[in-house]
Design a protein around this ligand. Structure first.
Ligand SMILES: C[C@@H]1O[C@H](OP(=O)(O)OP(=O)(O)OC[C@H]2O[C@@H](n3cnc4c(=O)[nH]c(N)nc43)[C@H](O)[C@@H]2O)[C@@H](O)[C@H](O)[C@@H]1O
Length: 377
């Protein structure tokens, strides 16, 4: 009630005693090429920062969920995948139980079209020479902008800023509190938030926030229906990350025959007859894999037109993740954050670790298995 009264009566905004009772907002964005699952990790770091702000500051701080916008890996060119709210993919009520967050449209309702008080573009420190001993201490300083500063977030021309600066930054996300302390903004946006690191990766707070990031009920329902129809028995899930990984991480991606060989080896060992495949690869390779896996049965989720139109490429990827997180056994792709998030989900479900932390071995390379990031209560 106080919020809307203030928004209606512009002149009362000058009354600082009332302003001080209003919440303050942090917005953020991430380096453009980063994919969906690294962005989920950046959310945890920013949420942790908001928790910290609410401990150390006199104000109530709220994190604005950055809309999902034209991600590089969303390849369906016939779909408009701009400025999507988190509620399309996540159960935002569950997130709100742990962290004070609002969607961007809710922020606009509260803030109106006032310019944000500050835009801060984070950037790396310049490393002066390769011989210099690397300095890993937490630090930040206002600096000249190294790269072009983002003028228009999420293609919105109604998001403007009173002040804009670049800050060289090295450290954990709670260090952002020092910048806020210095600038004293009521609303602030951090660009390149991925440069702020975890406070304590894999710690208690990490898992508390991670657990709150439940997928939306609609997507769970679709995954459940698919399983009911097709996966009536035990199944192994294989996540095959291919496309850009074929040249980005060639030594981690086995060819199709080798992939099938590794899957079959496990199926025999576990006495399982069914494989579910989650992958970003072409239809041709999926068919090829299906053929070489015979006589084992292979399933893959294919979205019908309605599901794709409603939940888009991001929703289909999540359905794959849900089905894999519930499999009897999981093999992921080394270094893929898509696979990491599935492993976390399986930890949250309490599945045995030996069924979770497995990844494919590349062709002709030494192969190590993934680190076991165990859930901490
Ligand atoms: C090295 C880094 O790797 C990062 O990828 P990585 O961690 O696998 O994981 P993500 O960051 O999520 O990006 C991969 C994207 O590709 C699609 N994708 C990958 N695997 C599947 C799958 O099994 N099913 C479906 N439906 N979609 C899949 C999906 O849109 C997913 O978000 C890249 O995002 C970064 O740009 C960078 O290249």
């Amino acid at each position: 009630a106080v919020d809307s009264r203030l928004l209606d009566e512009e002149e009362t905004l000058a009354d600082h005693s009332i302003l001080d009772t209003l919440p303050r907002y942090v917005l953020y964005d991430v380096n453009k090429p980063e994919g969906f699952n690294l962005r989920r990790d950046v959310f945890i770091r920013m949420a942790s920062f908001i928790h910290h702000m609410n401990k150390v500051s006199d104000y109530h701080w709220i994190l604005v969920l950055p809309p999902w916008h034209r991600l590089y890996h969303w390849r369906s060119s016939n779909l408009v995948q701009d400025c999507l709210p988190w509620s399309l993919f996540f159960n935002v009520d569950s997130i709100k139980k742990t962290t004070p967050v609002v969607e961007l449209h809710e922020f606009f309702q509260m803030n109106g079209l006032r310019p944000l008080d500050a835009q801060v573009t984070l950037q790396d420190f310049n490393v002066k020479s390769f011989e210099q001993y690397p300095d890993f201490s937490d630090k930040w300083e206002v600096a000249n902008c190294k790269d072009q500063v983002q003028k228009q977030f999420w293609n919105l021309n109604n998001l403007t800023f009173t002040k804009s600066l670049c800050i060289s930054f090295q450290g954990i996300s709670t260090l952002l509190a020092d910048i806020v302390q210095e600038l004293q903004p009521r609303t602030i946006i951090f660009d390149h938030a991925e440069l702020a690191l975890h406070n304590y990766y894999g710690g208690q707070e990490y898992w508390m926030i991670r657990k709150s990031m439940q997928f939306s009920k609609n997507l769970h329902e679709i995954a459940k229906e698919f399983k009911k129809r097709n996966l009536k028995q035990d199944y192994l899930c294989a996540h095959l990350r291919r496309r850009d990984f074929l040249y980005g991480h060639p030594s981690d991606v086995p060819n199709i025959n080798n992939t099938a060989r590794q899957i079959k080896e496990k199926l025999i060992l576990l006495n399982i007859k069914t494989v579910y495949v989650a992958t970003d690869t072409s239809k041709t390779e999926v068919e090829e894999l299906k053929n070489v896996l015979r006589p084992y049965q292979m399933f893959k989720f294919e979205a019908d037109k309605k599901t794709l139109n409603n939940f888009l490429d991001g929703g289909v990827a999540i359905i794959d993740q849900i089905i894999c997180s519930q499999a009897n056994y999981f093999i992921g792709t080394s270094k893929s954050t898509f696979s990491f998030r599935i492993q976390e989900e399986r930890e949250i479900l309490g599945l045995p670790i030996e069924t979770t932390f497995n990844s494919f071995c590349g062709d002709n390379t030494e192969c190590t298995q993934p680190t076991k990031w165990r859930l901490v209560e």
